[in-house]
Design a protein around this ligand. Sequence first.
Ligand code: PAF
Length: 285
Amino acid sequence: MKELTIVHTIQELQELLNGHRRQGLTVGYVPTMGFLHEGHLSLVEQARQHNDLVVMSIFVNPAQFGPGEDFEAYPRDAQRDAGLAAEAGVDILFMPSAEEMYPQEGGIRILPGAQAAELCGASRPGHFDGVLKVVLKLFNIVDPDRSYFGMKDAQQLAIIETFVRDFNLRTAIVRVPTVREQDGLAKSSRNVHLTELERMEAPAIQRALQKGALLVAEGAKVKDIEQQVADAIVKNSSGSIDYVSLLAYPALTRDIDNTNEVIIACAVKFSKTRLIDNIIIPLKG
Ligand code: PAF
């Protein structure tokens, strides 16, 4: 196992990284909110393959949680995370406090564009403002050559790709496929908040999305596909639908006539948590 260095301040991190950069080492970066699972570890795995050095951050970013959302309840276990990061081959783990990241109330907001109008952008107002704010800070702090994001958060990934392109940020963004449990449930830190029964029901989400993909291939109408996916989730679980939407990907618009791929994305509320998942479907021709 490689030696893991844990740092809590921006200054410590940058001093370390400056030393490595002088040696010409490339940096792969995995931003997370912790409570690591195999999804995060697959990001590390990719980062290790492409870069000399892997930096991971763990920061539960208050700016991306709205009032009444699960900021307080978001699962946290710093010690377990440090063990998993070390085993996975992370070189530097950056675990800043909220005071380190946000020492004073900032007056600057970053507003995402049309890609944030649907899905979680619609049901969690301000969420992506907070994501972009912390991601810009983290990119500036770490200055990575490549940054790794999971496809489970497909909307976040699409918005960050646009952000990097529009603002000429230096990092390359690498898309990493969603990691799933054997029964199809997407790995998520929030799965821990499912009751035993909900955990058994939750794979219905992915099954419903796969059914939606078949309907796309058959040329069914968008509204019918969305309805049938929602119905299948509700019929096979106690979850209630926040949204099920079929959109162009990565544009995330309703115009699906001019896109190579579509996404069916959904958010489902269970008793103590809300899960998201999606399926990306290439269109023929
Ligand atoms: O995907 C996440 O875990 C978070 O949204 C991120 C990118 C680490 C920003 O807080």
